[in-house]
Design a protein around this ligand. Structure first.
Ligand code: AMP
Length: 282
């Protein structure tokens, strides 16, 4: 696995892969890599593509009171995980490389960036869209892989790739979870052992909604209530939102016809966690 931190080297690497007749797959991350990130890399490797992993804690997507300064780092483990999953290139630019002095452009995906996580984190999705646009321009990948764990991000980036004619397939990869159901996340590292136990209520709330749905419940408010009941019973867990949405537009729904997605954000102590789940089937 090659490691580069200059944009021009990354661009040249991708051009060489293409010139040799290969396909380039891109996996953008903020590092502190875990099995969830590895699943994205492996999905690309599995198709025969040369996989580039970017590790960049993107300052543009953090609000002024968010955790940019404390975001967990582990460059040694990042290399191990990326190499172990079969990545061909690890791209680790520093902020000055991505945003040199005078950088002024922002990319906005209207509508999709405003609700749910976007409402709670103003500017967040603009930061995500801007950095991903830059990475798509540098690598010109044939496919880019993103986790379903960040479902709103996945939908928004699919829109972005289509709207801006990147000609790149945006592939969603199912959420990798701990044994007790908690979605793997770099931010889980912030949780104390007690908070980690309490965080179990998040997947349990989604499971309660899925169970209600499986019993035939089709009223979105009732499905939300099933999830909220679990979260309210968990001490130290504060709900930010629970929503039943159209899986493509992310518009909230009242009645459920066909497959829908439940989206959830909650605070466990001072850590904000998100998760989501498909509600589908009979
Ligand atoms: P992050 O480093 O948290 O910005 O995540 C980088 C990419 O990995 C995003 O596309 C995430 O959706 C994805 N990802 C993070 N956690 C998981 C997980 N538990 N399962 C699958 N994908 C994930």
């Amino acid at each position: 696995m090659r490691g580069v931190s200059a944009k021009e080297e990354a661009r040249r690497w991708a051009e060489e892969v293409h010139r040799a007749g290969g396909r380039v797959a891109l996996v953008p991350t903020m590092g502190f890599l875990h099995r969830g990130h590895a699943a994205l890399i492996e999905a690309g490797v599995h198709t025969g593509a040369q996989v580039a992993v970017s590790v960049f804690v993107n300052p543009l997507q953090f609000g002024p009171r968010e955790d940019l300064a404390h975001y967990p780092l582990d460059a040694v483990r990042d290399r191990e995980v990326a190499r172990g999953a079969g990545a061909a290139l690890l791209f680790t630019p520093d902020p000055e490389e991505m945003y040199p002095e005078g950088f002024a452009t922002r990319v906005e995906v209207a509508g999709l960036s405003e609700r749910w996580c976007g409402a709670a984190r103003p500017g967040h999705f603009q930061g995500v869209a801007t950095v991903v646009t830059k990475l798509l321009n540098l690598f010109r990948p044939d496919e880019a892989y993103f986790g379903e764990k960040d479902y709103q991000q996945l939908v928004l980036l699919r829109r972005l790739a289509r709207d801006l004619d990147f000609g790149c397939r945006v592939v969603g990869v199912p959420t990798v979870r701990e044994e007790d159901g908690l979605a793997l996340s770099s931010r889980n590292a912030y949780l104390s052992p007690e908070e980690r136990r309490r965080a179990r209520a998040i997947p349990a709330a989604l499971a309660a909604a899925a169970a209600a749905h499986a019993r035939g419940e089709r009223d979105a408010e009732e499905l939300r209530r099933a999830a909220l009941q679990v979260l309210k019973g968990a001490p130290g867990v504060r709900v930010e939102y629970v929503a039943v949405v159209d899986p493509e537009t992310l518009e909230p729904l009242e009645a459920v016809r066909g497959p829908v997605r439940m989206l959830l954000a909650a605070w466990v102590g001072s850590t904000r966690l998100i998760d989501n789940r498909f509600l589908a089937g009979a």
